[in-house]
Design a protein around this ligand. Structure first.
Ligand code: HEM
Length: 160
């Protein structure tokens, strides 16, 4: 976002209009911070915290899309393999939060029920606390944008 100041500016503008300058972001504001959430989701897509999900073992033969997975296989899901899949995402290496905004401009959630990216996983072994962790992520992120001014560090000259 620092490298694309227009994105940072749009997120700050959203915060100024929803929250204003006289108070901190509150949980009740989060529903309205759609662009900030789209930015957080784009971070999850392009820079996931770890490349692979925790390994799982298939309990029975299964077919997922084009893949046959025999019983007893150890299955690792690649987060970059999904979040940077050229069959799904256009300009996949570009940080582009607006790709997560819905046409009606309404709410953005950090999960992806179509599994086009894997942040919280899903099903029986999916994250138990998606709402809590989405709230914490958005709140922290929003406060960092709202209350601080962000610039790229000056180029340091190393004296030898
Ligand atoms: C941004 C923050 C978080 C992310 C991205 C995240 C992501 C995930 C993912 C991908 C899994 C599935 C792991 C697997 O495949 O086995 C998982 C599982 C789980 N998460 Fe989270 N998590 C987050 C925060 C939290 C928080 C704050 C809590 C609790 C307060 C939590 C509780 C759990 C639990 C209990 C499971 C195990 C579910 C099970 O196997 O039955 N997570 N999380």
């Amino acid at each position: 976002m620092i490298n694309q100041p227009e994105i940072l500016k749009r997120a700050s503008k959203e915060l100024d209009s929803v929250v204003g300058r006289d108070r901190l972001v509150q949980e009740s504001d989060l529903t309205y911070l759609t662009y900030v959430k789209a930015c957080a989701k784009e971070v999850f897509r392009i820079h996931p915290i770890a490349p692979f999900n925790i390994p799982h073992v298939s309990m029975e033969d299964a077919t997922v899309g084009d893949y046959f997975i025999p019983k007893g296989s150890h299955v690792l899901l690649s987060r970059p393999g999904l979040g940077r899949n050229p069959r799904i995402w256009e300009e996949l290496l570009k940080f582009k939060p607006k790709r997560h905004l819905k046409d009606d401009g309404w709410d953005v959630v950090l999960t992806d029920s179509n599994l086009r990216m894997l942040s919280f996983s899903m099903g029986r072994r999916g994250c138990e606390r998606v709402l809590l962790s989405s709230t914490m992520t958005t709140m922290l992120f929003a406060r960092l944008i709202h209350r601080f001014t962000w610039n790229a560090p000056p180029v340091c000259q190393i004296l030898t």
